[in-house]
Design a protein around this ligand. Structure first.
Ligand SMILES: Cc1cc2nc3c(=O)[nH]c(=O)nc-3n(C[C@H](O)[C@H](O)[C@H](O)COP(=O)(O)OP(=O)(O)OC[C@H]3O[C@@H](n4cnc5c(N)ncnc54)[C@H](O)[C@@H]3O)c2cc1C
Length: 272
């Protein structure tokens, strides 16, 4: 049996600076196989001499041997990644974990709530939905960031906002004088949304502090717990249920998540 720790080599094909802290990397495998992920799954990214870290896949499933990740610079590995140039090689394990139930939420209105870097895995889902636009109902994306400079994928957000029945609302915590959009936390905009709870699936990805309030807001909109999906990020080392770093009670977030159905994890008191 092949070792689960075996790395595949991938070359950095393109680097796009999205903000001061985040860059988008297009990676191409040295072999000709696809990554074979579903939106919401993650890979373990390895850089020789710098370490390994879990990173979400940001592109939709691809039949080619390419995919994209968007990485915020925070520490040792991510600092080194941000110094690499086009043509450099990195190591990839995965894809790992459970992703969003793209098939199950077909024919529903989709309410997406992203906070900060949560838009990174959400982008994979949005692009997948848009590739099969007719299979889904109305799409609403509430996207909250600290300041206008932190908005990721600005051009794509602009394109998405022009898609029929795609309602995009971006809100910032700290606006600057030129900001003409919404301000305040994402939950502020939930009450004004017209939602048909019977036919809506909600997806949440963001910082832990956001979850409690968004879940309360969705409850007020009468969206059932089994129609709410959220991605839980916990610090993890192996990604394959061996090290226990991400474990909550008997649940390994790396294997049973990172995407969970709210009704399945209400019992994990520490999770949300
Ligand atoms: C399933 C999953 C998906 C992820 N997807 C992405 C992604 O798409 N893009 C992205 O930029 N990041 C993502 N992350 C976070 C990413 O894994 C960490 O930022 C990365 O491990 C940092 O590595 P480093 O060596 O640069 O930082 P380190 O030098 O290890 O740490 C720098 C600082 O960040 C803190 N830190 C490190 N990792 C975490 C963490 N997971 N949670 C909270 N604090 C942490 C450390 O305590 C330290 O203060 C994801 C994490 C998980 C679990």
């Amino acid at each position: 049996m092949e070792s689960p720790y075996l790395l595949r080599q991938a070359r950095i094909e393109r680097i796009t600076r999205l903000t001061e802290k985040e860059r988008l990397f297009r990676l191409v495998f040295e072999d000709d196989k696809t990554l074979g992920h579903v939106p919401g799954q993650f890979i373990m990214l390895s850089i020789f001499g710098a370490g390994e870290a879990p990173i979400s896949v940001s592109s939709p499933p691809d039949t080619r041997n390419e995919f994209e990740i968007c990485v915020r610079v925070v520490g040792s590995l991510t600092n080194v990644l941000h110094t690499l140039l086009k043509g450099s090689t990195v190591g990839i394990r995965g894809p790992y974990g459970k992703g969003f139930p793209v098939k199950e939420i077909e024919n529903k209105d989709i309410l997406l709530i992203a906070g900060g870097i949560g838009l990174v895995p959400m982008r994979s889902l949005i692009k997948t939905i848009l590739l099969k636009r007719g299979a889904y109902g109305r799409i609403t994306l509430l996207y909250g960031v600290k300041s206008p400079e932190d908005i990721l994928f600005k051009d794509e957000l602009d394109e998405w906002s022009k898609v029929p029945d795609f309602d995009l609302r971006i809100t910032v915590d700290k606006p600057h004088p030129l900001w003409k959009g919404h301000t305040g936390v994402v939950t502020r905009y939930l009450p004004e949304l017209k939602i048909d709870a019977e036919r809506t699936a909600a997806v949440i990805v963001g910082p832990p502090v956001m979850y409690k309030y968004v879940i309360m807001g969705l409850g007020e909109k009468r969206i059932a717990g089994h129609e709410i999906f959220l991605s839980l990020e916990r610090r993890m080392k192996c990604g394959i249920g061996k090290c226990g770093h991400c474990q909550i009670n008997s649940v390994y977030i790396c294997q049973e998540g990172p995407v969970f159905r709210l009704s399945d994890i209400r019992r994990l008191r520490e999770a949300i």
